[in-house]
Design a binder for this molecule. Sequence first.
Ligand SMILES: O=C(O)[C@H](O)[C@@H](O)[C@H](O)[C@H](O)CO
Ligand SMILES: [Zn+2]
Length: 299
Amino acid sequence: MSSVRIECVASEGYRIGESPVWDEKEGELLYVDITGRKVCRWSPLTRQAQAIAVDAPVSSVALRKSGDYVITLGTRFAALKWNEGLVTTITQVDKDKANTRFNDGKVDPAGRYFAGTMAEEIRPAVLERHQGSLYTLFPDLSVVKHFDQVDISNGLDWSLDHRTFFYIDSLSYSVDAFDYDLQTGKIGNRRSIYKLEKEESIPDGMCIDTEGKLWVACYDGGRVIRLDPETGKRLQTVKLPVDKTTSCCFGGKDYSEMYVTSASDGMDKEWLSRQPQAGGIFKITGLGVKGIPPYPFAG
Ligand SMILES: O=C(O)[C@H](O)[C@@H](O)[C@H](O)[C@H](O)CO
Ligand SMILES: [Zn+2]
C-alpha cells in the first residue's frame, strides 16, 4: 500500500477554486477562481501563482492546440492569450436566460470543449433550479446544446476507450454515464453509476485515472473518492483538511500527482478559522495511480 501525502501548495484563499488542468508545456497547474474572477497558473518551481483578472465569473480553463487557452466566462466561450492577458469572445450561450453562468468544462478526446451552465447561486448550492444546460463548442466554433433542465452542471470526463461520457449534475447527488460517440460528439443512454452517500455530500469536479477509475471531489464532503464505473463501487476515500473540495486532476511528473482545488465562499469566520487552508490548492502524492494528459481544444 502506498502512503498518501497531502500538501497545500497555494493558500491564497481562493473564493471558488475550480477546473485544475495540468499544462505540461509550461510544467504548471492551471485553474480558475470562479467568483474571484481570475485564471491562475501555479508553478511547482517557484511555488507561486500568477493570475489574470477577467470581467466575469470564469468557471473553466482548457488548453488549446494552437497555443494558449480557452475559458468559459459568464455565458461565453472565450479565448485567453496568457502573455497579453487578452480575452476575446468566441460565442455566447443561454441567450434566453438572464441569470445563468457557465460552470465546469473539459475538452473531449477529439478536441471538443464540453461545458455546462447553472443559475447564479444565492449561496452555495442554493439557486433557481433547472436553469442549466450542457453544451459543446466544436473545433469549427459552432455550439450544440445536448440537454437542458440542469441544476448545477459539474464534473465531466471520458472513459479510456472514449465510448462513455461521465457527467455530474451536482444536485442529483449522482455520477452519471452516457454512451459516447467520439466521431460525432453525441451522447445518449444516460444512467447513474454512483449515488453519493450522505457524508460525501455534493459531487463536484471529476477526473479519470489510467486504470479507468473515476475520482470525484466532494463539495462539503472534504474528500476525493475513487469510483469503479463498472461496478458502481467506491474504491477509496482521501480526506482533505478543507470541506469545500471542488475538483481534481492529475499532473506533475508522469501525471503521478493529484491536484485538488477548494472553495471558501459560503464559510463564516468561525468555519474559516477552523479551516485556514480553505480556498487553497492541494497536491496529493503517493496515490499509486496516474492520470492522463488533458486534451487540448482543437479549434
Ligand atoms: O464549484 C462549482 O462547481 C460551483 O460553481 C460551486 O458553486 C459549487 O460546486 C456548488 O455550490 C456546490 O454544488
Ligand atoms: Zn464544480
